[in-house]
Write a protein that binds this ligand. Structure first.
Ligand code: NAD
Length: 361
């Protein structure tokens, strides 16, 4: 098959880690007979330096015309980089928010998977970890409290702030459909998280999720209150497969879930729109403190590329092969500095990419 992929190297360690992810995709093409046509897109600081703005219309058009976008990360050191002397709307992060909006990316996917080999980095007790965990949080990204009307007023000398939490059934339905589709590719369980004992928006959420569930009879649906979910993530994380939730709950729970894996250099993510199109990127930032040193862990970006194969290109077997190669390299004891532990073999960014590419079969 032939696909067009936009690559956004971005800033800091971005070009290094995207380079390794491309190496992996090239190996997938070689092994499975696909052709990926890449087009490089400027975003963030790199775009400011080249074009004077963090995102151009040309960049948006290129991204829109591709099957998927793979990104490194953007941004610099806020204290030393000249990009942060610009007004907020012209800084690197403004470009990222603008491209997410332009591409209508409403579904955010954050997997939290505990590799057996990295159990030592997990802050939970061994009896809680048990057989490990493998979940994915599907978070609604463009509605809810963060996008509702807000204002601050003063009434009778008392300051008062108001934020509004709104969801309509269309917004709920489209994210629920994504969660059920993803569960269909996994262990077929959706845990929908809400606060239906208090919030009207959550009661509508629950009803619409149940309506969607009726179209997926092979998938088990359970509802969980958000406060209970926050506890269950550190009490029995192995129970979760797909967690479906609204914007603010997802913001908090996805950070909690990723921290229990213990390693920022391993965490992939994806943001999808209503078609199969998506933007794939590691959960970490551009790590300016280690940029150019050749020591950044490329695995989060490589696993993001695997998500791209699975969710945008429907290449499940190829995605499995990339994930298995990552697991194999860890099993053989290779580690970048951020996940290094005693007795393991330390390697740099390029070497880690080479080792993973060699194990794709
Ligand atoms: P960061 O994630 O870049 O770095 C935090 C720490 O983790 C640093 O010590 C860094 O060296 C380390 N680290 C991160 N990724 C690593 C990797 N792959 N391998 C090894 N070590 C790694 O967070 P920060 O320092 O708060 O932010 C730096 C810049 O990144 C800022 O400009 C911020 O705005 C930007 N940022 C961008 C994104 C994005 O592009 N989506 C996300 C978060 C932060």
């Amino acid at each position: 098959m032939e696909y067009k992929i936009s690559l956004i190297p971005g800033d800091g360690i971005g070009p290094e880690i995207v380079g390794e992810a491309k190496k992996i995709l090239d190996k997938v093409c070689e092994k499975y007979g696909h052709k990926f046509n890449y087009e490089e897109v400027l975003l963030g600081g790199a775009s400011i330096d080249a074009c004077g703005v963090p995102l151009t219309q040309e960049a948006i058009d290129t991204a829109k015309s591709s099957d998927a976008v793979l990104m490194g990360s953007i941004g610099g050191d806020a204290k030393t980089s000249p990009w942060y002397k610009l007004e907020p709307s012209k800084r690197p992060e403004a470009g990222l928010l603008a491209i997410r909006k332009a591409l209508n990316l409403f579904a955010n996917l954050r997997p939290a998977y505990l590799y057996d080999e990295l159990k030592g980095a997990c802050p939970l007790k061994e009896e809680v970890i048990g057989e490990g965990f493998d979940m994915i949080i599907v978070r609604e990204l463009t509605g809810g409290l963060y996008f509702g009307e807000r204002k601050t007023v003063e009434e009778n000398g008392v300051r008062k702030a108001i934020d509004t939490l709104t969801y309509d059934e269309k917004e709920i339905r489209r994210i629920a459909v994504k969660a059920f589709e993803i569960a269909g590719k996994r262990r077929k369980k959706v845990t929908s998280v809400d606060k239906a004992n208090v919030l009207d928006s959550s009661r509508l959420w629950r009803k619409v999720v149940e309506e969607v569930a009726a179209d997926y009879p092979d998938i088990t649906l359970e509802h969980m209150l958000v406060d209970n979910c926050a506890m269950q993530l550190v009490h029995n994380p192995g129970q979760f497969d797909v967690i479906l939730t609204e914007n603010m709950f997802g913001d908090i729970l996805s950070d909690e879930a990723s921290m229990v894996t213990g390693s920022i250099g391993m965490l992939s993510s994806a943001s999808l729109n209503e078609t199969k199109f998506g933007l794939y990127e590691p959960s970490h930032g551009s790590a300016p403190d280690i940029a150019g040193k050749g020591i950044a862990n490329p695995i989060a970006t490589i696993l993001s590329a695997a998500m791209m194969l699975r969710f945008s290109l429907d290449l499940d077997e190829e995605a499995d092969a990339v994930e298995a190669a990552v697991q194999q390299v860890l099993k053989e004891g290779y580690r970048t500095v951020d996940i290094m532990s005693e007795g393991m073999k330390q390697v740099g960014t390029k070497e880690m990419g080479d080792l993973i590419a060699e194990r794709i079969c």
